[in-house]
Ligand binder design. Sequence first.
Ligand code: KG4
Ligand code: ZN
Length: 335
Amino acid sequence: MIVLGIESSCDETAAAVYTTEGGLRSNVVASQTIHTRFGGVVPELASRAHQQTIWGTVAQALDEAGLKPDEVDVVAVTQGPGLMGALLVGLCFAKGFVLANGNRLVGVNHMDAHMYANFIDHEPVYPFLCLTVSGGHTQLTYVPEPFEHRLLGKTRDDASGEAFDKIGKILSLPYPAGPVMDKRAQNGNPRFHAFPQGLLGEGFDFSFSGLKTSVLYYLQNKGDEAAQAAFLASHLDDVCASVSHAITEVLVKKLEAAMDETGCRTLMLAGGVSANSMLRAKAAKLAERRRAKMLIPKMAYCTDNAAMIAVTGHMLAQRGAFSDMRLKPFARLKA
Ligand code: KG4
Ligand code: ZN
């Protein structure tokens, strides 16, 4: 089976080809840079940029896989969650493609795809516990068998990636701040300042908005704007390391608590924040200490991509879960 995956839920236009015989054959991502100057994704600009790049992105993915459009069996497309206008571009394109070339259509849940990104390079394994950490979501899911997702807990306010991005903005870092803070943190002291670890020891829900406020007050306490700038000039790495520590401690401790609750020994990370080096290191340590199996996607499969949509679409198609032309986008589609 040859599956073309298409992703357009936020600010990445992506296309990939996954096949039963050869696995991932191509993986193309066109990242939108227009949002940097606004400090966050502007939905209308995202839709327009998808519109401009989607054809070229899909054409490149097919070309790299050495395929013509009518050789594709299944077109898997992100149905949600995501920005409505952005989703519509991908979905309408996929429907047009399928009408023109006679392929089957499969709608894919973006959050499921982040989890199943772990199976791009790895044989599927069940049951598993997945910590999904992205710009829009932070949740812990227990998956006893394919597509049976039991949500243990989720964030009550900001997602962990959102926390990185918003705190980065307070620290005058460019959007998205997550990767920048990660780099900075590698040269800093994670114990420089003890920032709050929201809802630690209190079930499986998360909360990161208190941390954001605490960083704001911490900085304001350094004095006027000039004093704050001088402080950051010498301690930005330490602040980034301390913030990263607060976020990743909570994530990994809740993952460990979920292990105890479910007895599950296979752990997974998913979503953009699983590219974070401190989180990856702590998760690897947890797995070693508890003799658990830990799967973490390759960096390229952590942030938004279409390889994860194609691999999930392949799983759905093998189960016969095809969609028809009535497939609609859902901005708030549940995992
Ligand atoms: O999964 P993703 O690409 O898009 C969503 O579906 O949200 O995740 C993007 C998020 C952003 O908030 C970004 O700052 C964060 O992932 N991120 C990171 C790192 N790389 C991406 N956060 C911390 N450390 C990183 N290395
Ligand atoms: Zn995502």
